[in-house]
Write a protein that binds this ligand. Structure first.
Ligand code: MEV
Length: 324
């Protein structure tokens, strides 16, 4: 069996703004969702995550069952599969678990139906499956879940000259670029608060309907943070990258996308030496990310001491303690 896996994502900049055509920058969390086995079946599609007690098939009620039914119609062929998976990121917490699930299942189904599973196709099908969970996903999550690494995504295709000179990029798709810069491992703290992405997107849409100038100005601030952060990454200036993350957090908070638990995580992370910390993904709860190069364990331990779940994540995967 080929390795069937998908990345989680930590959005550094641009969540929500990306829905309105602004750029988003996100880091793939390596191997966040991994298939332990993929067994072909006559037609049934089933997924289980034994560690989390999750089991579903096409007949299951709820969104996972609906996603599997949608998947069956999107790929030609009759065969199904039973996938046993493991997941190393929290679910529904802003780290792209539903997109990673969609990418994993598309890759597994392509395998059993004997289809080419080039990344562009996997992403396109996963995007359709994602709609079951989020109605109108921007495409950022399925892009990162498919390609991994550091991805710069925008709904509008990129043109020459859009990305500042000095930021090394290569095209993954017309709307997605790989940024060839190393990102230090990121500390992730889980607020424990769960909100639906669709609800948070609707909340921002409501604010924009009543005060478009204010919300668009905040999106413009977030985009300026993204470009400042990318420039800082290109110069390996982590202090400036952290400042850009903090400024982005202010814009997210002004959109009511933070919450007391996330604010507490951010204060703890900064107090333990993080250069920058912010909500990541849909917000309103979910996870916070912190940049603390060389002090990741200090920050992680500060969050754990306060009773939050916390881990270190990067392109290599999730680490839950010193050395792994
Ligand atoms: C969800 O991870 C990120 C949002 O920007 C929604 C989207 O991009 O579709 C909130």
């Amino acid at each position: 069996m080929r390795r069937v896996r998908a990345h989680g994502k930590a959005t550094l900049f641009g969540e929500h703004a990306v829905v309105y055509g602004h750029p988003g920058l996100a880091l793939g969390i390596g191997g966040a969702v991994v298939a332990r086995s993929v067994v072909p079946t006559a037609g049934r599609i089933r997924v289980s995550v034994p560690r989390l007690g999750i089991e579903a098939d096409q007949d299951s009620p709820g969104l996972v069952g609906e996603a599997l039914r949608r998947l069956a119609t999107l790929l030609p062929g009759d065969r199904g599969c039973e996938v046993e998976a493991d997941v190393s990121i929290p679910l529904g917490a802003g780290l792209g678990s539903s997109a990673a699930f969609a990418v994993l299942m598309v890759r597994a189904m392509a395998e059993v139906r004997g289809m080419a599973a080039e990344d562009a196709r996997v992403r396109a099908v996963a995007h359709e499956v994602e709609k079951v969970f989020h109605s109108y996903p921007s495409g950022l999550d399925d892009t990162v879940a498919t390609f991994g690494g550091l991805c710069l995504f925008r709904k509008v295709p990129w043109a020459d000259g859009d990305v500042p000179v000095g930021v090394p990029v290569r095209p993954l798709a017309p709307d997605a670029l790989r940024v060839a810069l190393p990102v230090p491992p990121i500390v992730v703290g889980d607020s424990g608060v769960r909100r639906s992405t669709a609800d948070m997107v609707a909340k921002v849409a409501g604010q924009r309907a009543s005060d478009p100038a204010r919300v668009d100005a905040l999106f413009a601030t977030m985009t300026a943070c993204l470009w400042r952060g990318l420039d800082a990454l290109a110069r390996a200036d982590h202090a400036r990258l952290g400042e850009a993350m903090n400024a982005c957090q202010e814009a997210l908070a002004a959109l009511s996308l933070s919450c007391p638990e996330a604010d507490r995580l951010i204060a703890l992370a900064r107090g333990a030496g993080a250069l920058g910390a912010k909500v990541t993904g849909a917000g309103g709860g979910g996870c916070v990310i912190a940049l603390a190069p060389g002090r990741e364990e200090d920050v992680r331990e500060a969050l754990l001491r306060d009773g939050f779940d916390a881990f270190v994540a990067g392109t290599d995967g999730v680490m839950r303690g010193r050395g792994g």
